[in-house]
Design a protein around this ligand. Structure first.
Ligand SMILES: [Zn+2]
Length: 334
């Protein structure tokens, strides 16, 4: 069952008496109320972080809660909010009789837990099919600003397959967060999904500015359930097969080195949890002494003409490990 934007709006008005602090922010486009599923804030009865919002280009509405993170299609939202209403709707609109067996009927709280659990990751396919204003870098015209950017930074072509871009970061981000940083610009950005080992699924992404911007990276979860390892970049390279794993700060830097991962939006502890500590070698940006003679970071090395093999060699000779790494770690991250 797929409902149009106007049908959704009508149904929502119908159901609004069930929604606490219901407010029409923009008729037919944006509605705000307390999340009926998690109850929103228990302490503050004024907090309302549930949104029904317009899915641009799809002529429909969808639901997102900024407290519990639940995100649902409008149809699922109705089903979860009021199963009976939903079944009647199916019947009156589409002539579909309740197919669910009475015995297997689950209650709303079970449904809620299930819905939250369902969305641990998104797939590459979903990303490519459903995200508005998102394009795969590999398919883009060589003249596009994003392509010129990765060329100028000399990113290895093997990485293009894992990179996307959007022409409008705000339009892209508001799909997941209807009120995404109101001050956010509308610039074009490279999108880096943090793919898991399968190279297909992910739950977190970063959007890298390609022009001068105050915020170089925007980071966001694009699913409900926030799994720990999802914020490490480079798991799709299967780094566990290497004896040494370089840990860098920025995802872009990690693209240059086959056995490098980036802590991106996470902390080093997350990397330590995933891999054997002894195999991890930390490489920090603006590292004061040792890399300085080559440049301020890995990308600088590449730009000044070092091959990936030479970069790996330099890294091997200029590493932090053991106590030294702990000292650096302490200095940078506490
Ligand atoms: Zn909620």
């Amino acid at each position: 069952m797929k409902l149009t934007r106007l049908e959704c709006a009508e149904i929502l008005t119908d159901l609004s008496f069930r929604l606490s602090r219901f407010k029409v922010s923009q008729p037919g486009k944006l509605y705000n109320f307390r999340c009926p599923f998690c109850g929103d804030s228990k302490k503050s009865p004024n907090k309302a972080r549930g949104y029904v919002y317009e899915v641009i280009d799809k002529n429909t509405l969808a639901y997102k809660c900024h407290n519990c993170g639940l995100s649902l299609s409008f149809e699922k939202f109705v089903k979860l909010l009021d199963e009976e209403y939903y079944q009647k709707l199916l019947y009156s609109k589409f002539g579909i009789k309740n197919q669910e067996n009475e015995n297997t009927k689950t209650n709303n709280s079970e449904n809620y837990t299930k819905a939250l659990k369902e969305e641990e990751t998104r797939s590459k396919f979903e990303l490519e099919q459903y995200c508005v204003s998102l394009k795969k870098l590999i398919n883009s015209s060589p003249n596009h600003a994003a392509v010129r950017y990765v060329e100028q930074r000399k990113l290895p072509e093997s990485s293009y397959d894992y990179l996307y871009y959007t022409d409008n970061i705000k339009k892209f981000a508001t799909q997941f967060y209807p009120d995404f940083k109101k001050s956010c610009g509308e610039d074009a950005r490279i999108i880096l999904p943090f793919f898991m080992e399968d190279g297909e699924s992910f739950s977190y992404l970063q959007a890298r500015a390609i022009t001068q911007s105050k915020v170089s990276y925007y980071s966001m979860f694009v699913v409900n359930k926030r799994s720990l390892k999802s914020r490490i970049y480079g798991l799709y390279k299967n780094p566990a097969r290497y004896d040494r794993i370089f840990v860098v700060e920025g995802p872009i830097d990690s693209l240059f080195v086959p056995n490098a991962i980036a802590v991106g939006g996470s902390s080093l502890e997350e990397a330590l949890d995933l891999f054997d500590e002894k195999r991890l070698i930390f490489v920090f940006d603006n590292e004061p002494e040792r890399l300085k003679k080559y440049g301020k970071d890995i990308n600088d090395l590449v730009k000044s003409g070092f091959s990936p093999e030479e970069v790996v060699k330099i890294l091997n000779e200029n590493v932090y490990s053991g106590l030294e790494a702990e000292l650096m770690y302490g200095r940078l991250y506490t």
